[in-house]
Design a protein around this ligand. Structure first.
Ligand SMILES: Cc1cc2nc3c(=O)[nH]c(=O)nc-3n(C[C@H](O)[C@H](O)[C@H](O)COP(=O)(O)OP(=O)(O)OC[C@H]3O[C@@H](n4cnc5c(N)ncnc54)[C@H](O)[C@@H]3O)c2cc1C
Length: 493
């Protein structure tokens, strides 16, 4: 029997645990917080419920597979509801909005901005198809443990234009500036600057048209709860302080409470830029850049804001500068581009008294930037709410707020151990992806593996679940695991 400790009950940690249990391992999951979920946490207050992090479910079949590998049936555990439109985008200064909706209806939507771009939509989708198939599906399920794997992968991506900056790739197909923004912003959901990430991340929009955008009743946290129910030994409120090694391989972990748990395998779902600290070494193998952070407002209002769809993007003027400010220049931008989640549009019970439970996400610099959050938090919050009222027509938003919570980069660092308060782990640039990302199997210590947004293939719910498959596959290969029944039979001999 292989004894495994998973450090962290984020979605990547939980999914790896379920897979390894399914392979017959004895798994203990330890998380420092009071409840599992990591970035996919939940807040409740005064009859309002908010998902603190992820809110869009894409690639539902990846969830199905993750559940099935742990012996769970997703559709018995979680109620998945399709969204239409997937989301709506408003721009400051535009009297039109754009809905992302089913593929066959998209040309009609785009035509309100540009007839030429409407005709370019299908060729654009066709250009993304091989990038999705080879770059996301093929590469996302493969471990990039050696440079050779990268060398074999790169020529195909180069020939598809997938190494181009995403916005430039999109601009080859569409001419209208709004349509270019609309088809390239998706990398922001995993912390990637659309003007710098490789176009491989353009496939994030392709996969939405392929499989839809979904909501889970009760919020994304219902997925976490279902996965957590499937983990046989999940211990929350237990922080791992040290990974113990002997002779170059892991032997166990030590918790803050001083308990030593012996094991053959450690899977770290903690921040990948921090695992070296658990090993007692001073530096990571390579210094990598963490992503930007977010300021999140969780507002419970006693009246609804019907202008908002379930998911709404509100894009301010100077969008390109806004992105550069928060990702590279380390400063707050003078304008706001935000995303708002309003789940009570689909599930009224998420808010009290017919109101809204809104989560407002503003990308902001991480803690390497020049923002003193103790001084700035209140001011930025007020300016943001005022901007939503005046620029985007959420008139009177402040007055009906009955309950409010916030999350700043300081909270990402303090509550999640996120290096520099990053919101999405390691920035998904060309030089920090695939083989260049921290590998799923650690190169320094035998028996140590990584899961979650900081390892391959990267952040996002489907990303960390695909990564869990890669990590569990490596453990299985290294330990000769063939499945729960086989392991039980072997143990019985
Ligand atoms: C605001 C926001 C919105 C997002 N929206 C979306 C979206 O709509 N769709 C989407 O697909 N993705 C979205 N994402 C991305 C997605 O949420 C993340 O990529 C994913 O949830 C990260 O999972 P993870 O496995 O990396 O674990 P994490 O969520 O990072 O969890 C790691 C866990 O490890 C624990 N831990 C760390 N160190 C220790 C230690 N020493 N001992 C014990 N425990 C430890 C932490 O407490 C934490 O619980 C969003 C992210 C954010 C922040």
């Amino acid at each position: 029997m292989t004894r495994v400790v998973v450090i962290g009950a984020g979605l990547g940690g939980l999914a790896t645990a379920l897979r390894l249990q399914g392979l017959g391992c004895e798994v203990t999951v330890l998380d420092q917080r009071e409840r599992p979920g990591g970035r996919a946490y939940q807040r409740r207050d005064g009859g309002f419920t908010w998902d603190t992090g992820p809110s869009l479910i894409t690639m539902p079949w990846v969830l199905e597979e993750a559940f099935a590998a742990g012996g769970l049936d997703l559709h018995r555990e979680v109620d998945l509801l399709p969204l239409d439109p997937y989301y709506r985008i408003f721009w400051d200064g535009e009297d039109r909005h754009l809905d992302f909706t089913a593929r066959e209806r998209m040309p009609e939507e785009i035509a309100r901005f540009s007839g030429r771009d409407a005709r370019a939509f299908e060729p654009f989708m066709e250009a993304l198809r091989p990038i999705y198939e080879d770059g996301i599906l093929g590469a996302g399920r493969r471990a990039f443990q050696t440079p050779g794997e990268l060398v074999r992968f790169l020529p195909r991506m180069l020939s598809l234009g997938a190494a181009w900056p995403l916005h430039r790739f999109v601009a080859r197909h569409f001419e209208h500036p709004r349509i270019r923004e609309a088809f390239s912003f998706h990398s922001l959901f995993i912390g990637g600057d659309p003007f710098r990430v490789p176009a491989i991340y353009g496939a994030l929009v392709y996969l939405q048209f392929l499989d839809g955008v979904w909501y889970t009743r009760g919020g994304v946290y219902s997925v976490v709860e279902a996965m957590a129910r499937g983990v046989e030994d999940l211990r929350c409120g237990e922080r791992v302080e040290r990974i113990e090694t002997a002779g170059g391989r892991v032997t166990g972990v030590v918790t803050a409470g001083g308990e030593r748990i012996a094991c053959d395998v450690v899977v770290s779902n903690a921040d990948a830029l921090r695992t070296h600290e658990l090993l007692g070494t001073r530096r990571p193998v390579r210094p990598l850049r963490p992503t930007m952070s977010c300021l999140l407002l969780y507002l419970g209002t006693d009246r609804p804001f019907p202008k908002l769809e379930h998911h709404t993007l509100l894009v301010g003027r100077g969008y390109k500068d806004f992105i550069a400010d928060v990702t590279r220049r380390g400063r707050l931008a003078p304008t706001f581009s935000t995303y708002v989640h309003a789940p009570s549009r689909t599930e009224p019970g998420m808010a009290a008294n017919g109101g809204d439970s809104l989560c407002v996400l503003l990308p902001v610099p991480n803690l390497r930037g020049r923002v003193d959050w103790d001084r700035e938090e209140e001011r930025v919050r007020d300016a943001l709410v005022a901007d939503l009222e005046t620029t985007f027509g959420l008139t009177g938003l402040d007055a009906p707020v009955r309950v409010e919570h916030r999350m700043t980069p300081v909270d990402f660092a303090r509550e999640l151990g996120a290096v520099d308060g990053n919101a999405f782990a390691i920035e998904p640039t060309l030089h920090q992806s695939a083989w260049f990302r921290p590998h799923n199997r650690d190169g320094r210590v035998a028996g140590l593996y990584h899961a979650g947004g900081g390892t391959h293939p990267g952040a996002g719910v489907p990303g960390v679940l695909l990564g869990a498959e890669v990590t569990a596959g490596l453990v299985a290969g290294d330990r000769g695991l063939t499945g729960r029944r086989a392991a039980r039979a072997a143990a019985a001999v």
